[in-house]
Design a protein around this ligand. Structure first.
Ligand SMILES: C[S@@+](CC[C@H](N)C(=O)[O-])C[C@H]1O[C@@H](n2cnc3c(N)ncnc32)[C@H](O)[C@@H]1O
Length: 260
């Protein structure tokens, strides 16, 4: 290698170091969250690979809505309105809610999942607004949704993202709006790891299991409308149901009445 060559290599290395010095500077809490994200896998890539082969025998690949979600609508516990689904996958619940007369926004970090969901809406002529984005980058308008639903996304989020998740749901829900969650039940499904252990292992082993107490503590500022196990459904069938999942329905506090 020539002297110039050596100089160029050093120059490039110096520049790369300068770039990473700038990029890896922590100025804000958001930078801390991004730095912690970087310790783990790229979620978008991972989920794209997960959805790439649609013929795999994955229960939630079937186009059947959650049994608890159907119950909320049939028993009018949740009314049709403006809905946001978080981590919607291929859209089975979003499509159901659109069919019940809801105006549905559905977001997922995986392009493959969103592309599949869009194909399904075309086939069924349902109207769902799909967006491929992380929920942490989704610019939800404040107090704009009557109902937010998450079936199986929350337990895949790293513990450092839980506070932002909670803030996001509170921000996007109307006062008195309802939030529905389907989540791994610790002991039956999901990793039995403390939050700190996730960082020691740099791995969440396929999603975290949650106890009823832990979920109710996380969402303590909400009123609990319903909390139960999902009913086991025969698969394949018209409804999705796996008994290793919690189903929870929470209501955000209505605005306090103005002081006269
Ligand atoms: C277990 S799957 C459930 C999919 C769908 N809700 C269903 O039940 O058919 C979890 C989904 O969450 C999505 N996801 C994970 N992290 C996300 C994030 N930060 N923002 C949006 N979606 C995310 C994944 O791409 C995946 O589709």
């Amino acid at each position: 290698m020539t002297k110039e060559g050596i100089r160029t290599d050093n120059f490039q290395t110096d520049n790369m170091q300068k770039d990473s010095m700038q990029l890896e500077h922590i100025h804000s809490m958001d930078d801390v969250l991004h730095m912690l994200d970087s310790l783990f896998r790229d979620e978008g890539d991972w989920w794209d690979r997960f959805y790439a082969d649609r013929s795999r025998n994955i229960p939630f690949f079937l186009n059947a809505p959650d049994e608890n979600l159907v119950e909320y609508f049939e028993q009018a516990i949740v009314q049709p309105g403006h809905v946001l689904e978080l981590g919607c996958g291929a859209g089975r619940n979003a499509l159901y809610m659109a069919g019940r007369g809801c105006r549905v926004d559905a977001i997922d970090i995986s392009q493959e999942a969103v592309a599949w969901g869009i194909e399904r809406t075309r086939e069924s002529r349902a109207a769902v607004n799909f967006h491929c984005t992380s929920l942490f980058d989704y610019p939800a308008e404040a107090e704009s949704y009557d109902f937010i639903y998450d079936s199986g996304c929350f337990h895949h989020l790293y513990p450092h993202r839980r506070i932002s998740y909670l803030e996001f749901v509170k921000h996007a829900l109307k006062p008195g709006g309802v939030f529905g969650l389907v989540c791994f039940s610790l002991g039956d499904m999901g990793a039995e790891l403390s939050d700190w252990e996730v960082y020691r292992q740099r791995n969440m082993r396929g999603g975290l299991g949650y106890t009823e107490e832990k979920l109710k503590a996380i969402f303590h500022s909400f009123e609990v409308l319903d909390f139960r196990r999902m009913r086991q459904m025969t698969q394949p069938g018209p409804l999705f149901g796996e008994a290793f999942l919690w189903t929870a329905l929470f209501r955000k506090e209505a605005s306090p009445s103005p002081v006269i």
